[in-house]
Design a protein around this ligand. Structure first.
Ligand SMILES: Cc1cc2nc3c(=O)[nH]c(=O)nc-3n(C[C@H](O)[C@H](O)[C@H](O)COP(=O)(O)O)c2cc1C
Length: 210
């Protein structure tokens, strides 16, 4: 079997972490860079990854995660956040970055920049929030695969109260809104879920070839 497929079989949504085992700085750094390298629509990266390692804060967040203990027991809690808005300044800054990195002439960048300012200017806030949230799901998918390859255990999670997370972590003040959570670390040897077979519909069922 290919290495990637072996690792995708190895991974599972970890329900019980060994709270004594922490991710090394190197492993954490791989996750940070993988997050930054995630592809996003228009390359705008309207996301930030908040990494919680402070024990007391992780414990406080368990209550706002429907008492899912992974949030407290994990090594680090990754909170995927969207920006509070994508305004004209945000887009202008993005194009400044392209110009700096690639030395692309302004006459090439300007029409595209104007197009995006118009595109986002025409949208309702709820539409832009939905679009940003889709980018967060993509980042979480990317992180899950990277975790599998690096033998880091993880649990993708929608089961939490975003408003409470935002309040406790002071996310609004940072111009952010939490949309997904992912505890990472190392599985507890007593996590019975690590022994269960994967339940999948199967390639014959989920693939359509035309
Ligand atoms: C978007 C998303 C949200 C999820 N939310 C939770 C959650 O809140 N709690 C939990 O225990 N598992 C959660 N899961 C894990 C899924 O139940 C799990 O990935 C699925 O059953 C497949 O099992 P596997 O990941 O172990 O292969 C979530 C998964 C995804 C992709």
């Amino acid at each position: 079997m290919s290495h990637v497929l072996e690792q995708l079989q190895w991974r599972y949504a970890t329900k019980k972490f060994d709270s004594g085992k922490k991710l090394s700085t190197e492993k954490l750094s791989i996750l940070k860079t993988a997050f930054d390298l995630t592809a996003t629509s228009f390359g705008l990266q309207p996301l930030k990854l908040v990494i919680v390692s402070e024990e007391t804060i992780k414990q406080e967040l368990v209550e706002f995660s429907f008492n899912q203990q992974m949030v407290g027991d994990c090594s680090h809690l990754l909170v995927l956040c969207i920006e509070s808005e994508v305004n004209e300044q945000y887009i202008v800054d993005h194009f400044k970055l392209i110009q700096e990195v690639r030395q692309t002439p302004r006459e090439i960048l300007d029409p595209y920049q104007e197009y995006l300012i118009g595109h986002f200017g025409d949208k309702e806030k709820i539409e832009v929030d939905e679009w940003m949230t889709k980018q967060a799901y993509l980042a979480m998918g990317n992180l899950l695969t990277v975790c599998a390859l690096e033998e880091i255990d993880a649990c993708p999670m929608e089961g939490f109260q975003p408003a409470e997370y935002d309040r406790l972590l002071g996310l609004k003040e940072r111009g952010l809104r939490s949309v997904l959570v992912m505890p990472v670390g190392y599985r507890h040897k007593e996590d019975m879920f690590s022994q269960l077979k994967k339940v999948r519909r199967g390639v014959e069922e989920v693939i359509v070839e035309i």
